[in-house]
Design a protein around this ligand. Structure first.
Ligand code: SME
Length: 162
């Protein structure tokens, strides 16, 4: 069997995310489906989960939603904590190639070596984020980032009711 090119794999996963989006009845189901898809199809995505901003919480907090992978103690993260807090408060994707070298990193698993966190926007405001941990150093390339951002956008549009 021929090995699929990396680019082919990214396209395949995007198409599958589109299919899940068209079949999911709610944004919640879409998030569940995307977490499963990314964890199953992307070999280095060892933990995939959503953190959503708690409605009306003061101070604001990110609360763990659907995830695939090992259980985590970080079910609630403030905007001042972790890579998750940094991505949500800046509204920018954060890619950490080596978590040991980033003082912001909040450890979920001793096996995690790299991480990407992509904000989810609803009507231009951060509503949550898609967080992925890998057991491999520098697991997230520009292509990974674009594909994960695509998935986060699908969720954002769905939460906008589109
Ligand atoms: N590592 C994250 C915490 C969440 S766990 O990865 C599931 C952080 O630094 O914010």
């Amino acid at each position: 069997m021929a090995t699929k090119s990396k680019t082919g794999k990214f396209e395949e996963v995007r198409k599958e995310a589109d299919r899940i989006n068209s079949e999911a009845r709610t944004a919640d189901r879409l998030m569940e489906g995307i977490a499963r898809l990314l964890n199953r199809e992307m070999l280095k995505y060892n933990w995939v989960g959503f953190y959503m901003l708690e409605a009306g919480a003061n101070p604001p907090a990110l609360v763990l939603g659907h995830y695939q992978g090992a259980m985590t103690v970080h079910t609630r993260i403030s905007l001042h904590q972790g890579i998750c807090g940094a991505a949500a408060s800046s509204g920018k994707t954060v890619v950490v190639h080596d978590v040991k070298k980033d003082p912001r990193y909040l450890a979920c698993s001793i096996e995690t070596k790299s991480e990407i966190v992509v904000p989810i926007f609803v009507h231009g405001k951060v509503a949550g984020e898609l967080d992925i941990d890998s057991h491999f150093l520098s697991a997230f390339s520009d292509e990974d980032r674009e594909m994960v951002e695509y998935c986060a956008e699908l969720v954002g549009k769905r939460l906008e009711g589109k």
